[in-house]
Design a protein around this ligand. Sequence first.
Ligand code: 5GP
Length: 113
Amino acid sequence: MGQTIFQNIMNRKIPADFLYEDEHCIVIRDINAQAPTHCLIIPKKLISRIGDAAEEDQNLLGHLLLTAKKMAKKLKLEAGFRIIINNGKDGGETVPHLHVHLLGGRSLIWPPG
Ligand code: 5GP
């Protein structure tokens, strides 16, 4: 099976702006930022999307959210931030490797488009 874009980034086959890495995940800047700060928290384990996550992924999913929270602090998003997970075609998913978007640095409208 082919590697996802994010696996190729993890393996340093495709360059990216890394902000953080640990044994479970990486954090990179999104190549097409939708806000002054836009990064992606990506598990090293390939889970295609949140809809395909399993019970055994509970700790990992919690780790991704806590990492997003820590990154928001590190990136000084004290005025607020948004965490997004897109799932499937109608959800706007374009890369089939679970990732958490962290956006901030501007006032984000609601409802989203
Ligand atoms: P999705 O639409 O699946 O929720 O989000 C995929 C995100 O990955 C998009 O925001 C897109 O800009 C980002 N992305 C896609 N390819 C690359 C890449 O090669 N490098 C980086 N840094 N981000 C990427």
